[in-house]
Design a binder for this molecule. Sequence first.
Ligand SMILES: [Zn+2]
Length: 77
Amino acid sequence: MTLMTCPECQGKVSDKALACPSCGFPIARQTGGKSAWPTVIGGMAGTYISTQALVSIIVGSIAFIAFAAIMIAMILR
Ligand SMILES: [Zn+2]
């Protein structure tokens, strides 16, 4: 395992990682052109899924807070 510098956030990333743990930038191994594309696609898919999960968590939290606020307003009224 070798540490390389992320081109996006300049952080330390393992060359075995599919994507940067800090910013989600897909890390493609520059050596061995045959195995590079699955790594890039896997990294992009991982970034997309984690972004979708993050959006779902944020939207869910906002919906829960809005629901709680409405319930509190109805109780206090
Ligand atoms: Zn990064």
